[in-house]
Design a protein. Structure first.
Length: 245
């Protein structure tokens, strides 16, 4: 079993292409395998539209890519359904266009003018006109988990003690606690993002890939095979050994 995974992208198309180049170089030495994108494709970064175009084009060309839904992807898709739509995982006092969330940067990548500085209704109407229906349909259809062998991929993690088939979408895209502090064996290695840290880290029962691209950090990619978990770098594979949380 060999699997590749890429962490939270947040609109950084240049970094996404760089990670795919690293994966291609590794595959040239070790053989082709599925690439899983852990979600949060959009928001905060400069080219969310470009990220979606790139991933859609790759899948349409037959690339063995899995793209999971993150909470930011769900907020974007939900925003396009109704002006007053609100994600169940988001605090009631925040909206997707709040500066903390980064939705305005996503709309700007689609050509919506000054989306963070104009009345909400005109921005919403401009967004409906700017975002292609194909993008909306693709975002809405993104899976929330991917299970392969003894590895489960989910954007935020899982609700501990609940079988994968019974997990709810809001947990899969939003959860932090009690997942992050739970030391139990989940029956599979849980590969996730959502909670930004400095570098991809293996905690034994879970592997966090969110190295903070949304906040100026790097985007990270790993490979998981029968020999273990490895961070992909310009110098090749670097082993990630389990460590205490």
């Amino acid at each position: 079993m060999t699997l590749y995974a890429i962490g939270d992208i947040h609109g950084h198309l240049d970094q996404l292409k760089q990670q795919h180049d690293r994966i291609a170089a590794d595959q040239a030495r070790h053989g082709a395998a599925t690439v899983v994108h852990i979600g949060d494709l959009v928001d905060r970064g400069p080219d969310s539209r470009g990220v979606i175009d790139y991933l859609m084009a790759g899948q349409q060309s037959g690339a063995d890519w899995v793209v999971l839904k993150g909470n930011h992807d769900r907020m974007f898709a939900l925003y396009l359904t109704a002006l007053d739509a609100h994600d169940d995982g988001l605090r009631r006092d925040l909206s997707w266009l709040h500066p903390r969330l980064g939705g305005a940067a996503t709309l700007a990548s689609y050509g919506v003018q000054n989306p963070g500085d104009r009345p909400l209704e005109p921005v919403f109407q401009d967004a409906l006109a700017a975002v292609p229906q194909a993008h909306r349909d693709w975002l809405a259809a993104l899976p929330t988990a991917h299970h392969s062998g003894d590895v489960i991929f989910a954007h935020a993690g899982i609700r501990p003690g609940i079988p994968l088939a019974e997990q709810v979408e809001t947990d899969l895209v939003w959860i932090r606690e009690p997942f992050l502090s739970d030391p139990r064996d989940h029956g599979a290695l849980i590969v996730h993002g959502h909670t930004a840290i400095d570098a991809p880290t293996h905690y034994g029962n879970r592997l966090n890939l969110d190295s903070g691209a949304a906040y100026g950090g790097p985007l990270s990619a790993v490979v998981i095979d029968e020999d273990g978990v490895f961070h992909l770098t310009d110098k090749g594979r670097i082993r990630l050994s389990p460590q205490a949380d």
